[in-house]
Each structure stands twice: as C-alpha cells, then as structure tokens.
Design a protein around this ligand. Sequence first.
Ligand SMILES: Nc1ncnc2c1ncn2[C@@H]1O[C@H](COP(=O)(O)OP(=O)(O)OP(=O)(O)O)[C@@H](O)[C@H]1O
Ligand SMILES: [Mg+2]
Length: 295
Amino acid sequence: MAIELTDLALPSEVLTRIQERKQKLTAEDEFLIGKGGYTAEEADILEDALIALALGKNVLLKGPTGSGKTKLAETLSYLFSQPMHSVNCSVDLDAEALLGFKTIAEKNGKQGIEFVSGPVINAMKKGQLLYIDEINMAKPETLPILNGVLDYRKMITNPFTGEVVKGKETFGVIAAINEGYVGTVPLNEALKNRFVVIDVPYIQGESLRQVLKTQSQLQDEKLINQFVQLSGDLITQVSNGHISEEAASIRALLDTCDLALYMPPLRAIKRGIIEKLEDEREKAAIQNIAETLFE
Ligand SMILES: Nc1ncnc2c1ncn2[C@@H]1O[C@H](COP(=O)(O)OP(=O)(O)OP(=O)(O)O)[C@@H](O)[C@H]1O
Ligand SMILES: [Mg+2]
C-alpha cells in the first residue's frame, strides 16, 4: 500500500507548508508527478526528506545502486503532489542540458530564434521539483553554474538569454549520488554543502519482503522469505568487507525473483546477481551462501 502523508509523523506546521505548496496542475504537469511506492525501513528517511524540502532545503539522496533513490524521489514528488523535472548527469552534461537551448522557430510566418527552456529553468519558473540524478557523474566544472540556484538566492542568470530567473517559492531540488563507483567524481564540497544529505541504504527484513511481494512477479511466500534471507546474508558479507555492496542491490534482487518464477532459484541468482560481479572469490562466496539457502 502506498504511503500517504497521513501515515507519517510530521509536525503540523510542516504538513501545512506541504498543503500550501499544492498548485493547479495541467495535464502535462500531472504526467510529471511521481507514482510513489518507496518503502522505508525507518520512517525517518521519508519524514526528514519531506521536512527539509518543505523548509526549502535541497535534498541529496546518497546510497548504493538500486537502493531506491529514484523511487524515493518519485515518492516525494507524489507526496508533495508536485511535478518533478529530471536531469540525468553524465560526463557530457552541459549548460544546455540543464538550462535549455536556442533554436530557430517560425512565428507569425517569420523565422526567429527561440529559447527552449530545460529542466532547471522549467522547475524554477513553475515552482516545481528538480531531480538531478547521478550528480557526481557530471564533470566538476559543469555544476557550479547551479551554485546560485542551490543557495538562498535560488537564482540564475541564464547565459543563453541574459534573463535573470528566480525560483518560485515552491521550487525544490532533490539530487541523487552513489559514491565510489567507476565514472563518479567526489562531489565538490561547496556543492555538497548546499544539500541536506539523506542516506538511502538497502532495505532489509519486513520492508524488503513487502517490496518483493509488491514489485516482483514472484508470489511464492516461501521463496520470497528465502530471498529476503539471502539479501540479509549478502548485506552481512558486505559489512564484513567480503563482497562488494552492489551485490546486495534491491534492483538485482527484484530481477532475480522475477527469473525464479521460471527457473530454479540458484540459476536465477547466478543470472541476476553473481554474473554481474568480476571477482571470482566474491562470486564463489555468494554461490556458497545461495547454496545453503536453496537446493
Ligand atoms: N526501499 C524501496 N522501496 C521501494 N522500492 C525499492 C526500494 N529499494 C529499491 N526499490 C526498487 O528497486 C529498484 C531500484 O530502485 P531505484 O531505481 O530507485 O534505485 P537507485 O537507488 O535510484 O539506483 P541507481 O543509483 O542505480 O540509480 C526499483 O525497481 C525500485 O522500485
Ligand atoms: Mg536512480
């Protein structure tokens, strides 16, 4: 069941602020509202993110791949009933991908130059949410252009038009980062300093069981419980430093559960989890754990 605002222990003032942010939405806006569905092990994660956003702070979701960061951002958009404009960072990310670009357009039979605004400008002007995914994949020199957007000024001079754009009161920023992976760079301190940081770990136990039940096609209770156990064992091995963290990815586990609908669990684990790893010892360690749980 999707979490609603009323399920959370939020101070009434924060709830009021969230209600006050509600805007009249066009069909296009509705399309940009997240579906929700993030399941938290500790309600703090959702509550703290909501409080920070309601106070106008930027939120940085930090966690390993497949831990639900994007799902959490979508859930925040859902709970705020606020459309979310997304930017996917990569080394090629440039100012145009963030702010927009100029193009030739025809207006009243005349050709002219028109500016097509990008996600940052759209979110600021409409007072909606901006989601910056994989923020540490961007080249370090690209993001400082957002420094003014991300501090108390919430402002930018659009270099393509010269226009000074001020973020509306309800404009909010959520960013996601998974640290230490290939291709990522440590986030610049001044940039990190502009965010409230929320750790998003892999969920375990009952909350994981719920997610597997609702999001995978596998419905066999016994198998689901065994997969929850497998995940718990993998997380223990991660904390002992025996296997790399992404081996316990919830995304990979969901794929594995789906496969287990049509093949023996050990083969599903091989395809969904083990074969993604490079290190032979890690692979063998996971194979061992899996064999103790599934025959
Ligand atoms: N706590 C959770 N609640 C609900 N779904 C979850 C949760 N954790 C993981 N998932 C599911 O696992 C999959 C991966 O989640 P998601 O894409 O949000 O991960 P991510 O942290 O954004 O990963 P990446 O860093 O690779 O982008 C999705 O199908 C998502 O629904
Ligand atoms: Mg993601």
